[in-house]
Write a protein that binds this ligand. Sequence first.
Ligand code: BES
Ligand code: MN
Ligand code: ZN
Length: 500
Amino acid sequence: MKIAIVEAKTPKKGSVVLSVAEGRQLGPLGQQIDKAVGGALTRAMTAAARFSGAKGQWLEVLAPGGGLKRVLLAGLGKPVDVKATAFEALGGEAVRRLMTSGETELAIVAEVPKGAVLPAAEAAARAALGARLGGYRFDKYRTTLKDKEKPSLSSVAVLTGAAAAARKLYQPLDKLADGVVLTRNLVTEPANVIYPESLAAECRKLAKLGVKVEVLGEREMKKLGMGALLGVGQGSERESQLVVMQWNGGKKGTKPVALVGKGVCFDTGGISIKPSAGMEEMKWDMGGAGAVIGAMAAIAGRKAKANVVGVVALVENMPDGKAQRPGDVVKSMSGQTIEVLNTDAEGRLILCDAMWYAQERFKPQAMVDLATLTGAIIISLGHEHAGLFSNDDKLAERLTAAGKAEDELLWRMPLSDAYDEGLKSQIADMQNIAGPGFGAGSITAAQFLQRFVKDRTPWAHLDIAGTAWSKKDKATVPKGATGFGVRLLNRLIADHYEER
Ligand code: BES
Ligand code: MN
Ligand code: ZN
């Protein structure tokens, strides 16, 4: 599917999507199109009594004349409430509705209604981004799709009066979409395809964007003393990997922002094995690493003027004769010892070594880790917000704002010494889970991670267990792997860590 931004003119063929503001208000081009089809759009809106142009309303007008196959009217709501994300949703939903309809050509008329404070170019660029994200599919393993089930839409044109400016704005958004698509692909792939070494190989491909990629194997990690990470991977036939991705687009000497990702390519739970029902979902337990990889692709792709380092810890958590046992004590790279009471609380064990490594080597000005860390965060926040834990109010506010702007919502959760009680071990510096009845599973996990934050490094932990995968379609996020985190991280860097 090709997406282009072109100068506005009345389309004469294919299908058209038109934005309509509350009160059935068409923009100038919309009115022109209505005229070209003899007022068919106005008549259709009147006939469909309850179509007012409210946000999220759609009205499909078939064969309106003027050579058009159909016109879809998309409600934007009240002009004062219209935000850039409304145009993303419009672009995404438009493509989703027509993708397999048999239509090949779609024109999206992304007109900003009078009274909305949004540049026309921005609306058009966001509509194009929405079209790319909403049109995402993963058909690689389908060999029996019938022709009429295959996507028919081959070209999408976003029409705007500000095409040149919109194209310029779209350039970095297109790279952002590349990053989101990469993450969705990696997270969707099954664990027999994406395992630590093959995922590391995918990271290596970022070299073509100018990212410096290094891969550490088990031998190197052993030398570094990463006993916590290695313990998790020791029951797997697959070798654990730690991948370091550096994008140095900023000034030499500026400390980087470190992004750290949990990459458990499959989480059986290990000897503390999970129940079989639903275990297939644990292929996406590398969603944190996936987001970091996609964010690095977006940041490097758009040549961000910032220094960013991505560190992803890649393991497979399996039970076998060599697997780590409940009760084993491991020594982390930081020197702190951990009693592994539950081998299914493995994410924190790999993250603690990856975080320590990132700080020792890069002295980052800020560090954000992303992890599908706890089922408990789904109890707390469901699938609408990811959990945010931070030792730094400023970083927490920046992340929250970035999430709002990109529609990847975060909700801040507490950190507090009071929860440390649950991590006291009888024989080691700490245990990896709090005892039964302690509760607050997501917070004790974050509190565990905080023990591996050096000095006063501003740090935030995003628990994305509820948001990395979705069971329902949204306009720009089809069900399945969401790519959650890529947009948020890209925006965080763009708004706060980039030179202008
Ligand atoms: N990967 C899981 C967390 C998870 C659960 C993600 C459900 C997505 C959906 C993590 O490794 C895990 O198993 N966590 C345990 C921790 C417990 C043993 C303290 C959990 O949440 O049950
Ligand atoms: Mn687990
Ligand atoms: Zn896990």
